[in-house]
Design a protein around this ligand. Structure first.
Ligand SMILES: Cc1ncc(COP(=O)(O)O)c(C=O)c1O
Length: 339
């Protein structure tokens, strides 16, 4: 069976031949945009939304990748198609777009054929990321708040998905030092919950699904989908500033029976609030999309004053719900935001 191929600057080449120059601006500055789209049953999940975000990132970076978004979509589907036969039919895929400015002008003489943007699309079997992650759906994940902060929008626009990710990597390292299997949730410089290194975060509080307001975070495709699905189910959704007091709590909660792409938290080291709180990480590479559910809507509830950091009285902690577990996951597979 032939091996996987990569779309690389207009050609399909074997994976091993898809190489980026040491003079590429991506290597010099982290100056590139990327996207990761997963498939469900070989169908890319919200590919067009991912590509819209990719082209938004490219606009910010002032990179012209030389392909229209329609052409990028076509060539993405072709790349997937060309790789499907390399794995069993039930394999799902991670589709990665990487676009950089290309080699720096300074090194032009090393490229007699000329320089231009480096555009690649690769497909990788998703089981590599998802396989060991699966137990987290039951056990939850152990969240922690690292010293490393999110980069605020007034410094670098976080809505662009770029490889300039050192702050995420430092957060991962700090989480790793705090204990095996910890997932870091970064605060923004104002002390509000922002996001993880590769995922957005949701809290459930009194029947309201709350997620950090979009200022200092990447607008995840799964975040959009999650809010859409929730609204479709009649669950109130609120984008708000949430402080660490509202975030990951010490105690655990039994997960809602959901088949969405969100592992729940099992533990966290932020100051405790109410153990009714539930906290989810949303990332499109994980889990299954929610079913087109007909289940009855959850009852509406009034959001409490804890939003916008103005929480006054803290709700009294309740005993842990039966069946709740606090077993941390064995690893942070696929949580690092780089893959
Ligand atoms: C920093 C960050 N936030 C959030 C996300 C989630 O985005 P999406 O749902 O589009 O995968 C990612 C994905 O890589 C990310 O890197």
């Amino acid at each position: 069976m032939a091996g996987r191929v990569v779309y690389f600057n207009g050609r399909f080449v074997p994976e091993a031949e898809a190489r980026v120059s040491i003079f590429d601006s991506a290597l010099m500055y982290g100056d590139m945009a990327f996207e990761m789209t997963r498939t469900y049953g070989h169908r890319p999940f919200r590919l067009r939304e991912h590509l819209d975000r990719l082209y938004g990132s490219l606009r910010l970076l002032e990179i012209d990748c030389g392909l229209s978004i329609e052409a990028m979509e076509r060539v993405t589907l072709e790349t997937l198609e060309r790789n499907l036969a390399t794995e069993p039919a039930d394999m799902d895929w991670q589709i990665m777009h990487d676009v950089s400015r290309g080699p720096l002008e300074l090194y032009r003489t090393a490229f007699p054929g000329g320089i231009g943007p480096t555009v690649s699309i690769n497909c990788w079997p998703l089981v590599t990321h998802m396989g060991r992650f699966a137990p987290n759906y039951r056990s939850g994940v152990h969240l922690m708040i690292p010293a490393q902060q999110a980069v605020p929008a007034h410094l670098v626009d976080p809505k662009a998905k770029t490889r300039s990710r050192l702050h995420y990597q430092l957060a991962n390292l700090q989480a790793g030092r705090a204990g095996a299997g910890r997932w870091p949730v970064l605060l923004d410089p104002d002390g509000f919950l922002a996001e993880g290194p590769g995922w957005n975060i949701f809290l459930v509080r009194d029947g309201v699904l709350v997620t950090p307001e979009p200022r200092n975070i990447l607008l995840g495709v799964s975040r959009n989908a999650t809010m859409e699905y929730a609204r479709g189910l009649g669950i109130p959704v609120r984008e708000a500033n949430a402080t660490r007091r509202c975030g990951p709590t010490r105690s655990s909660a039994r997960p809602r029976p959901t088949r969405s792409c969100m592992p729940r938290r099992s533990r966290g080291n932020a100051s405790a609030t109410a153990d009714r709180d539930r906290c989810f990480a949303a990332c499109s590479r994980r889990g299954r999309p929610p079913p087109a559910s007909t289940s009855s809507p959850r009852p509406r509830a009034t959001p409490r004053a804890w939003m916008n950091g103005s929480a006054g009285r803290r709700p009294r902690p309740r005993a842990r719900e039966p069946g709740a577990t606090s077993v941390p996951p064995s690893g942070r597979i696929g949580s690092d935001g780089a893959s």
